[in-house]
Design a protein around this ligand. Structure first.
Ligand SMILES: Cc1cc2nc3c(=O)[nH]c(=O)nc-3n(C[C@H](O)[C@H](O)[C@H](O)COP(=O)(O)OP(=O)(O)OC[C@H]3O[C@@H](n4cnc5c(N)ncnc54)[C@H](O)[C@@H]3O)c2cc1C
Length: 391
């Protein structure tokens, strides 16, 4: 009987596992609780805006090698736009605009070197490390929220420094953003599903895993028997995987809120635009839809107050246009020093069962890059093929 790789969870980590394995000719079955793939990275048609929107605006960077390799392998890269290798910021209260590159940072060289340095104590937070520096409020704080989705008072300074070093050492293209002009699903999800189907993979939606044993996977609605040669990858979010994996504790998470506005016309404005001095932190524009992101949001966003912040930048007049709030309550792990010690590796502790997911041990915080990298590593471990690549 042919061995099957069973993958539970059709978010990016599960899709990456499935794509990598199916490219070798291995038989793959993907199970997903929802009626659609993509998990925390997906598009949908919103009836209020009458537009396809993403659950939250996402950005991939040039330094995210596995994410770009995956997008290239599935053909989704054609639905992504390479942006200029800089980040534009606008200060909402002081009115200035600024463009930041690795060579042109709004802080002193000494401060930048301090932020990136490798020798930072494991338990140190970003606020402890950089809070007393001049550039904290207008640079390090928003950057920390953008990169780690965790307030500087809680976020790991070690992880923050590691990500900054990786971006800066990647050369001029490291900071180049890749946007999704047709939505996340058009670039990262739909082409992956199409490739899997072409490779003979099976995709089963509305299959929620409820139990796992040596001989079967129990789903609502039915059991799937396992042979001794079969392998299983659990590509589940941390809070779900903890129910199935021995000794995995529940880890704290952070939210991300997005408010999407349908504008009267498409504005001419750089996107993304970092917002300083207000409640919203990033403004993304796609045609006539403007989306404001609030990382690590602790309260439901107020669409009226956010509109008042961004309307002048967009050159739009009151009243507030049609809008939609998407508040992802568990968007990423909370990247606190003690939490990082509990990010596990690919081995689950159960025979023949492997883990994938953005929350696994990684040089990256929970991101598209960590999710896709974890999927590739899970495929390698499950098939015993260290040579697997996205091709
Ligand atoms: C609003 C928002 C903005 C973000 N912005 C960025 C960004 O700009 N850049 C970036 O790199 N990253 C960003 N991220 C993070 C990125 O989206 C995630 O890291 C990534 O999508 C996680 O993929 P995953 O496969 O690990 O997990 P998930 O996407 O959570 O996939 C897990 C899948 O398992 C399914 N599932 C759950 N329980 C079961 C069960 N019992 N049985 C079967 N299936 C089950 C779920 O439905 C889901 O489809 C953002 C996330 C959010 C929410």
């Amino acid at each position: 009987m042919t061995a099957i790789l069973h993958i539970v969870g059709a978010g990016l980590s599960g899709l990456a596992t499935a794509v990598a394995a199916s490219q070798t000719g291995h038989k793959v079955r993907l199970y997903e609780a929802a009626g659609h793939a993509g998990g925390r990275c997906r598009s949908f048609h919103d009836p209020v805006l009458d537009r396809v929107i993403d659950n939250g605006a996402h950005l991939v960077l040039g330094v995210n090698r596995n994410a770009l390799a995956f997008a290239t392998a599935i053909g989704g890269i054609q639905a992504m736009d390479a942006l200029p290798a800089h980040i534009a910021f606008a200060h909402l209260r002081q009115g200035w605009r600024r463009t930041v590159t690795p060579r042109h940072m709004p802080v002193s060289l000494a401060e930048a070197l301090r932020a990136c340095r490798p020798w930072i104590g494991q338990s140190v937070t970003v606020a402890e490390h950089l809070g007393h520096r001049q550039g904290f409020a207008d640079f390090w704080q928003p950057l920390c929220l953008a990169i780690l989705n965790t307030a500087p008072q809680h976020a790991s300074a070690q992880l923050f420094a590691r990500v900054l070093r990786t971006i800066l050492l990647a050369g001029k293209d490291g900071l180049r953003g890749y946007a999704f002009p047709h939505g996340l699903s058009a670039a990262l999800i739909d082409p992956a599903l199409a490739l899997l189907r072409r490779n003979g993979g099976e995709i089963h939606f509305h299959h929620r895993l409820t139990a796992i044993s040596q001989s079967k996977l129990t789903f609502t609605p039915n059991d799937i028997p396992l042979t001794a040669a079969d392998r299983v990858v659990l590509a589940l979010p941390a809070w779900v995987a903890a129910d199935f994996v021995p000794q995995q504790i529940q880890l704290p998470t952070e939210t991300i809120a997005n408010v999407h506005y349908r504008l009267a016309s498409a504005p001419d404005i750089p996107s993304p635009l970092g917002l300083l001095g207000g409640v919203g932190q990033w403004l993304f524009v796609r045609d006539d839809v403007a989306s404001v992101t609030i990382s690590a949001a602790i309260a439901a966003p107020d669409p009226v107050a956010l509109w008042a912040e961004i309307a002048p930048l967009l050159g739009q007049e009151p009243p507030i246009p049609p809008h939609r709030v998407v508040w992802e309550k568990r968007a990423t792990l909370s990247h606190r020093p003690h939490v990082l010690n509990h990010r596990p590796g690919t081995l689950s502790g159960l025979e023949g069962v492997f883990l994938a997911g953005d929350w696994l041990a990684s040089p990256w915080p929970c991101t598209i890059e960590s999710a896709i990298s974890s999927g590739l590593m899970a495929a390698r471990a499950a098939l015993g093929r260290d040579d697997l690549r996205f091709s």
